[in-house]
Design a protein around this ligand. Structure first.
Ligand code: ATP
Ligand code: MG
Length: 139
């Protein structure tokens, strides 16, 4: 299988609780290579753009407030089968349903504050990576 990319984010709640190091270690241990990484902060409008596909859902406003509430870590990851494997590593969106040993099981505080984001399709991975990184920031 060819190498593929996925885009990941460590959400503000996990950054606030200093879970960045342990989460990055789990990502590396699972065989992902970090192609690009940056600490940054989304403003409300940027969060609304990033989560565009959820516009209109009942959790959208609250999600965008949360995602713009503090610094995040944006990460471009490379691995075979990256998108699917990363979503397995992070576990179910709802941490009460996340499997043992997954990042969300270990670090999520709630359905909203679920520690990490992972792209769900190649098209979204591309869009999300372009949102944060130019070509010179990817190696
Ligand atoms: P992400 O896109 O962040 O990787 P996901 O793909 O597992 O998560 P989505 O359905 O895309 O889940 O939802 C995006 C994010 O919105 C979730 O990670 C969570 O933070 C929040 N969210 C989703 N559903 C709810 C809900 N019912 N109530 C509150 N927040 C929610
Ligand atoms: Mg999603």
């Amino acid at each position: 299988m060819p190498l593929g990319y996925t885009f990941a984010m460590i959400k503000p709640s996990a950054c606030r609780k200093n879970h960045v190091g342990p989460i990055l270690a789990m990502i590396n241990q699972a065989g992902f290579r970090i192609s690009a990484i940056r600490s940054t902060k989304l403003d409300k409008e940027e969060a609304e753009q990033f989560y565009e596909m959820h516009r209109g859902k009942e959790f959208y406003e609250s999600l965008c407030d949360f995602m713009s509430s503090g610094p995040i870590i944006a990460i471009l990851l490379e691995k075979e089968n990256a998108i699917e494997d990363f979503r397995k590593l992070i576990g179910n969106t709802n941490p009460t349903m996340a499997e043992e040993g997954t990042i969300r099981k270990m670090f999520a505080e709630s359905l909203q504050k679920n520690a990490v984001h992972g792209s769900d399709t190649p098209e979204n991975a591309e869009r999300e990576a372009n949102f944060f990184f130019n070509q010179r920031e990817r190696y």
